[in-house]
Design a protein. Structure first.
Length: 223
């Protein structure tokens, strides 16, 4: 099975790559949309411009396409991107977003491709603990929910972090995996990376309610 993976640089799409490979599928390429707008309905924006460095760390080809982020045109952009590669199916890191999964499923059906979401409806705590136990190194790069303040930006997801997210979920009802837009992430290392990513310079932007950690400089280093 030859597949392409929709890749944002975050924990879910990276975990989906790992799972696809563990199934014995051949990952032909990573597909990344760069939305111009933060309000994209489909795509992750914080630090997505650094996905080429992650692709190099994985030793996988990456195809990127810019999009306005407009609700309708970004679907056409995604369809065009998927059409650019010869594969049997498309893998996504969708966990609970019906909108995102449905749109990818429809596009794949139109193109005669299979659509796979190996994390679909996976319980959040189990997913995060599996990531940590497997050796994924993930930092939080965007927060936008009650209880998640500026101090969370740049924080590594580890067991203590997961415990605190669970407490915030009980108190405020947030999704601990960020499925409601509560947070975005960036993967620095994973079990299948050939090199790891070191952030050289970053900058926090906080408006009092939400914020992002913008990676300004990063490089690959040997494991």
């Amino acid at each position: 099975m030859k597949v392409a993976v929709l890749f944002s640089g975050g924990k879910d799409s990276t975990f989906a790559i790992w799972l696809a490979s563990s199934f014995g599928w051949e990952v032909k390429a990573l597909l990344t949309i760069l939305p111009a707008s933060d309000s994209s309905y489909m795509f992750h924006k914080p630090n997505v411009e650094w996905t080429p460095l992650q692709a190099e760390a994985m030793d996988l080809p990456l195809i990127m396409q810019r999009s306005s982020g407009d609700k309708l045109s970004e679907l056409d952009d995604l369809k065009s991107l998927i059409q650019s590669i010869d594969v049997d199916g498309v893998v996504t890191g969708a966990i609970g977003s019906e909108y995102q999964k449905e749109k990818v499923d429809v596009i794949c059906e139109e193109l005669g491709l299979k659509s796979f979401s190996p994390l679909w409806h996976k319980e959040g705590e189990i997913l995060l603990r599996e990531l940590v136990d497997a050796g994924f190194k993930v930092i939080i790069t965007s927060v936008s929910a009650e209880g998640l303040d500026e101090s969370w930006l740049g924080r590594k997801i580890d067991s203590k972090c997961i415990d605190e997210l669970l407490e915030l979920s009980k108190k405020h009802g947030i999704s601990i995996v960020g499925e409601g837009g509560e947070m975005e992430t960036f993967v620095l290392n994973a079990p299948f990376f050939k090199k790891r990513i070191k952030v050289i310079k970053s900058e926090k932007k906080w408006d009092g309610v939400r914020g992002t950690l913008e990676i300004k400089d990063a490089k690959l280093t040997f494991l």
